[in-house]
Design a protein around this ligand. Structure first.
Ligand code: SF4
Length: 179
C-alpha cells in the first residue's frame, strides 16, 4: 500500500520537496511503502510497463535525500539490525535515534531536518549497509514507477537516477516487493 501525505509545518516524509513560496516552504509529500497493493501491482506488471528495458540508478552518495526533513519509518527488526551494526544497545539506540509518530516508529531528525543517521561531515549514512527498507528500496517506489513522468520528475532531485548501473525489471520488482 502506498500512502501519500501532504504535510504543513513540521514535515514528515520519505522524500521532501519544498516550495519556493515562503508560505509553502514546509509543504512536503510523504511516501510510505508498506505492502504491495493494486498500485504496486500496476507498477510492476503488465505488458505495457514503461520500464520494461530496465532503469538506471546508482547512488552518488550525495546525501541529498537524507538531508531534507522527512519521515523514515522503521520496524522493530530494522531497529535491532541497525543498533547491532552501530554497536549500540537497542534501547540506547532507540532513545537517541528513534521517535514515535502517530503510533509508529520513525528515525529522528537533526534540527536542520537531516536524518540522524546521516553523518553531517561525510554526508553518508552511518548505517548504509543495514538501512531501513524504505531507504534501500529507493527509487524503486510504486509512486515513482507508475509512469515515466513521475520517475523523471524525481530524477531532477536525485542525481543517481538515470545514471550508472542498469537494473533489470526482475531486480526492480524484487526491490519493490521486498519485505
Ligand atoms: S544519489 Fe539520490 S539516492 Fe543517492 S544520496 Fe543522492 S539523492 Fe539520495
Amino acid at each position: 500500500m502506498r500512502i501519500i501525505y501532504l504535510s504543513f509545518g513540521s514535515c514528515r516524509l520519505g522524500y521532501n520537496r519544498t516550495s519556493p513560496g515562503e508560505h509553502l516552504k514546509n509543504i512536503c509529500i510523504i511516501y510510505e511503502v508498506v505492502q504491495p497493493d493494486s498500485d504496486t501491482k500496476s507498477a510492476v506488471a503488465g505488458p505495457d510497463i514503461w520500464y520494461r528495458d530496465g532503469l538506471r540508478f546508482e547512488c552518488q552518495q550525495c546525501g541529498m535525500c537524507c538531508s531534507v526533513s522527512g519521515v523514515v519509518f522503521v520496524t522493530g527488526s530494522e531497529i535491532r539490525r541497525i543498533s547491532r551494526y552501530l554497536g549500540m544497545r537497542e534501547e540506547i539506540f532507540e532513545k537517541a535515534y528513534v521517535k514515535e509518530l502517530d503510533g509508529r516508529l520513525t528515525l529522528g531528525e537533526r534540527d536542520d531536518g537531516g536524518c540522524l543517521l546521516l553523518d553531517p561531515v561525510t554526508r553518508s549514512c552511518k548505517a548504509y549497509t543495514v538501512r531501513p527498507q524504505q531507504c534501500s528500496s529507493f527509487p524503486f517506489w510504486p509512486e515513482l514507477l507508475k509512469n515515466q513522468v513521475a520517475w523523471n520528475r524525481e530524477s531532477t532531485l536525485c542525481p543517481g537516477m538515470n545514471k550508472g548501473r542498469l537494473w533489470e525489471i526482475r531486480e526492480i520488482k524484487k526491490k519493490m516487493l521486498k519485505e
